[in-house]
Design a protein around this ligand. Structure first.
Ligand code: SER
Length: 595
């Protein structure tokens, strides 16, 4: 295998596809221009949606680029070896031109040829779509892989959950895909070990999507006029994998940034887990903030939408900088390092150098003093606390007076084994908003960071889970927290002991029964009093405004919530509880997925 750095990979890739007749196009903005259903550009294909749907692209029907992407579902996972909020995606597209044969053959050539990545064929594994009622089993792709030299045992047939990509938002182009993995050579973790499992044997490097469907608002798939290819290779991750590194933070992409943080803090990456984690968070968040501020469209910190995500990232970075002893005013140094590092590829960073500098300093000024005071206030709250839950009113005060994003309060709380009454916070927040007439378009609903179809379904499943837990474990169960990403839900609830295996299985069975019953989901607005009378669960007291929304799912669940929700429980798929564990004293945590 070749040892190559990020710059080399970028140019190898673009030149390879350029030689195959692809026009090299510039990365689009991080802010999607045609899709109000998502906050940021999450994939290379996203800005190309109109062309995948049939519009003519001025540069032709074969394109290649490196696209700036942001995915924010996992902000609180950043700090581990692989999560980043910003990343670059290399891609090539056929807009109604070539299809599976060329796409796969070229992917194979790029991965294995000596001139390019030089990965030994036996170290590859690929997955192809297993087929279902929406599209047939993809034997054609498997055949093409075999004609390239892969053995049948290197090819895995996987269902839609693994081998279908898109749409990027709620509607749009999508289709079955074939994903390429590097086999690290580790022993298999069990009989079912394969690219779909996350034991670390197989690392994904590339995805060829055969975009031949358009997903419509009613959830059905219509064949597209043209058959497209959309491929995506994560730049940072691929550099990490082919250089045999343990973490993307050890690649050349982050080397200069980590060195900068080491110089500013006087600490060493790797000296302790806490230091490593803090350095990764700072390196990631400041890079993402630099790209958001220095984007051709761009955003500035605010309390809504993209601006709120940016604010959260900057404030979280500041918090971890303080933890490492990095003083106020130093964040811009790291940002300027990134501007220099990326200046040839993303010239907009250079154009916006001053803006990046000024906005970061402004946000740091705003937050620094409040952070120190807020931490003191937080310590006082903890010292006075009765029990393990920080109430919504206090969380709101930390937000309103000290500028703590709710996610930050939750994180501080978790470090002390505490949880936060998120719904109580939301209620206070909504009340405050009503008063100041700011509208209610905030994105704090039920732990939901954004409203993709997947997160909406998982959020809906959370209601079913809470109802099921109350049936199995009794009324002691009440929601203590919820966090949802594209992949899973996480639900914290009050309960004094670990659940038994049987109880977990029964809760899962009840949820699936509710799904199979295909119950319509309705929403009604009513007063808190009426909601109580109807037996709705949720937090009452004076925490809610006058009128609340109550979501009803057949006779199974009735809960106060802000939404959004699926329309029918039957849309959710299969519910699987993947973990039941302790969250803090008296609070249990369940992680679950929809498959
Ligand atoms: N859109 C696909 C992905 O994001 C391939 O580019 O993986």
């Amino acid at each position: 295998m070749k040892k190559i750095n990020s710059k080399e990979l970028r140019s190898l890739y673009l030149n390879f596809f350029n030689e195959k007749g692809h026009a090299i196009i510039r990365s689009a903005s991080l802010i999607p221009e045609n899709d109000p259903t998502v906050l940021f550009t999450t994939a290379g294909m996203h800005p190309l949606t109109p062309y995948l749907l049939g519009q003519k692209h001025p540069a032709g029907n074969r394109l290649t680029d490196v696209q700036k992407c942001v995915r924010t579902g996992d902000i609180d996972e950043v700090g581990d070896a692989s999560h980043c909020t910003f990343f670059e995606m290399l891609g090539n597209w056929s807009l109604g031109d070539y299809f599976k044969k060329e796409a796969i053959t070229w992917s194979f050539e790029f991965l294995t040829s000596e001139k390019y990545l030089n990965i030994p064929v036996e170290r590859l594994a690929v997955s192809v779509f297993a087929g279902d009622e929406d599209a047939p089993r993809d034997d054609e792709s498997a055949q093409i892989w075999m004609s390239c030299g892969l053995k049948p045992e290197q090819i895995y047939y996987l269902p839609k959950k693994n081998n279908w990509w898109g749409p990027a938002g709620v509607t749009g182009p999508c289709g079955p895909d074939t994903e390429m993995f590097f086999d690290t050579g580790k022993p298999a973790c069990g009989d079912n070990c394969g690219p779909q499992c996350d034991c670390g044997k197989y690392l994904e490097i590339w995805n060829d999507v055969f975009m031949q469907y358009n997903k419509k608002e009613d959830g059905t798939f219509e064949p597209l006029k043209q058959k497209n290819v959309d491929t995506g290779m994560g730049l940072e991750r691929t550099v990490c994998v082919i250089n045999g590194l343990k973490s993307v933070y050890e690649t050349d992409v982050f080397a200069g940034a980590i060195e900068c943080i080491e110089n500013l803090s006087g600490k060493k990456y790797g000296e302790s887990d806490d230091v490593t984690k803090a350095m990764r968070i700072i390196a990631d968040h400041v890079r993402t903030a630099t790209f958001m501020l220095g984007d051709q469209i761009g955003v500035t910190p605010s309390n809504v939408d993209q601006g709120y995500v940016l604010r959260r990232l900057i404030r979280r970075a500041i918090r971890f900088m303080r933890q490492l002893g990095i003083q106020k005013g130093e964040m811009v140094k790291l940002a300027m390092h990134y501007v220099d590092f990326y200046q040839e590829v993303y010239t907009e960073l250079v154009d916006n150098r001053q803006k990046i500098h000024d906005e970061l300093n402004k946000e740091e000024d705003k937050f620094s003093k409040a952070l120190d005071q807020g931490i003191k206030e937080f310590e006082r709250v903890v010292a006075r606390l009765n029990g393990t839950v920080i109430d919504g009113q206090t969380a709101f005060r930390l937000y309103d007076t000290f500028g703590f994003p709710i996610e930050m309060t939750t994180e501080f709380a978790a470090e002390k084994g505490l949880t936060v009454d998120i719904e109580g916070f939301q209620a206070k927040f909504a009340e405050h908003q009503k008063k100041s007439q700011l509208g209610s378009e905030q994105r704090f609903k039920g732990g939901l960071a954004d409203h993709s179809e997947k997160t909406t379904k998982l959020h809906t499943a959370t209601h079913l889970l809470q109802a099921a837990l109350r049936k199995v474990l009794g009324d002691e169960v009440a929601q203590k927290g919820s966090n949802i990403t594209e992949e899973r839900l996480r639900f914290d609830f009050s309960f004094s002991r670990p659940m038994t295996k049987e109880e977990v299985a029964e809760a899962q069975r009840l949820v699936n029964e509710a799904i199979q019953a295909k119950m319509p989901i309705s929403c009604a607005e009513m007063t808190v009093e009426q909601a109580k009378e109807q037996g709705a669960i949720g937090l009452f007291g004076d925490k809610y405004g006058e009128i609340v929304k109550v979501y009803t799912m057949g006779d199974f669940s009735k809960e106060i919530c802000g939404g959004p929700h699926a329309e029918n429980t039957g849309d959710l798929g299969t519910f699987v509880i993947t973990k039941e564990q302790s969250s803090s004293s008296g609070v249990r945590r369940i992680k679950a997925e929809l498959r």
